[in-house]
Design a protein around this ligand. Sequence first.
Ligand SMILES: NC(=O)C1=CN([C@@H]2O[C@H](COP(=O)(O)OP(=O)(O)OC[C@H]3O[C@@H](n4cnc5c(N)ncnc54)[C@H](OP(=O)(O)O)[C@@H]3O)[C@@H](O)[C@H]2O)C=CC1
Ligand SMILES: O=C1O[C@H](COP(=O)(O)O)[C@@H](O)[C@H](O)[C@H]1O
Length: 501
Amino acid sequence: MTATTKRPPASIVFIFGGSGDLNYRKLTPALYNLSLDGYLPEQFAVVGIGRSKYSDSSYRDRLLEGIKAFSRQKDDLDTNWDVFSKSVAYLNMDGEDADAYKKIADWVNDKEKEWKTQANVIFYLAVAPQLVPDIATNLGKLPLCGDTSRVRIVVEKPFGHDLESARSLNNLLGGLFAEKQIYRIDHYLGKETVQNILALRFANALFEPLWNRNYIDHIQITAAETVGLEGRGGYYETSGALRDMVQNHLLQILCLIAMEAPVSFDADEIRNKKVDVLSAIRHFTHEAVRDNAVRGQYDAGVVKGKKVVAYRDEEGVKHESATETFAAVKFFVDNWRWSGVPFYVRTGKFLQQKKTQITIEFKSAPHFAFPQESADTWRPNRLIISIQPDMDIRLRFQAKRPGQSMMLNPVEMVFNYMDAFDGQQPEAYETLLLDVMQGDATLFMRADQVDQAWQVVTPILDVWQKRQPVDFPNYQPGSWGPEDAEALIAQDGHHWVNVKV
Ligand SMILES: NC(=O)C1=CN([C@@H]2O[C@H](COP(=O)(O)OP(=O)(O)OC[C@H]3O[C@@H](n4cnc5c(N)ncnc54)[C@H](OP(=O)(O)O)[C@@H]3O)[C@@H](O)[C@H]2O)C=CC1
Ligand SMILES: O=C1O[C@H](COP(=O)(O)O)[C@@H](O)[C@H](O)[C@H]1O
């Protein structure tokens, strides 16, 4: 979310995990697209790091396959790749071998001599979380990393497995780097439609008077996926939906919806306002967890015409697994603005539709003056913010149905991203990588945000760990999740919004 489109200064990006899936599918395609769009500095290099044996040339060939499959821009690919790939190199080293780090320092020295200038140096840790402490410690010993103005470290999710491990990782990183050097990724914050929540709320005076407990009945945040584990069973089995999606992405969206207006777009100003929300979210007692949180696990079935096996039969998953592939929670933000307004949040694998969506449901008009017959078609006012795959904002209100009687019909005013703005949207990782090069941490998680978010989910994790689910598997692939999730919201007289209007 750089405030300027100026190119960043000379930059070298080291990717630990250069031979891995994230780099193949997301990071290199993002850098390639930034290059095509003219955002990369002329003096730019990206160096993949890993134990796999590649030469620069064979590494480039491998990445080209990823570009062909995953880049959002594919025109003139061979020519454009020829130009971009000149910036790509590979360093064969083991991140756990402390002696090998001299190679990195030498690489930077040589490049800076060639460029005749100092560069920003970014270390992107796209490796399994258990490797992060060793790599960060080894990096921290490089004299280069003491230069807080130009050296940054990017840490992928998951950031900790629980509150304790997140705190110990924060302490470790905090002892090695200044907070302003640490970029904790939450890729949802890089999505255009997620960033647009700030524009919608704070660049328009229209919504603010209504954006509170006086006018809003409740809020729903859904991140439904039609995919399953996608080969990440080993990781997912130790994680589950609450850790994988709620602790990070969905609580961050909740923060953007619930935060107070920032005074400026300074990174710490935005993050302070978000931390205020996180610290106001009610921590459930163990008793309250039962009433406010629902978990699910998918059975064997069919999604979008394709057969899928039950979660417990997936590779890397235990036979009697208690890991949830669906979670729904009713959160409360206990502050002046939101007191008493429920925030229903849900996410799950193998659901009926891919849909990330926020629904703001407004309170009913105080008095229904229309003929009683028209009450049948009456629906509450809603503002629906679609994050993906639809990218739109829809405001639902009542209109008079044409005819000789005063009958009502709900209608919508729609803003659609693709119609309103020409051209393609940058992918989240493009925005985030550019921000790191620019030194803008607004869209990254600060240590206290991560800590507060873990505090919010910890009571739920504790209860779920202690009480084994007796009814798993409890939802059909291709459905909207377990019946209890509907009951969670229905007990308050509401329904999940699954379809348009
Ligand atoms: N893939 C995805 O879609 C997403 C991934 N993430 C996160 O990104 C991180 C990486 O995930 P992903 O790319 O899928 O994982 P992969 O298993 O595909 O890649 C792991 C990478 O780590 C490298 N590696 C392992 N051990 C060492 C070592 N001792 N020294 C140097 N490099 C090492 C491997 O290289 P080599 O074997 O050559 O040493 C490989 O490049 C994880 O934290 C994951 O949670 C987050 C969101 C999405
Ligand atoms: O972080 C993660 O996000 C993806 C969903 O991301 P999206 O951008 O496709 O919505 C999820 O599938 C994955 O399990 C999780 O680790």
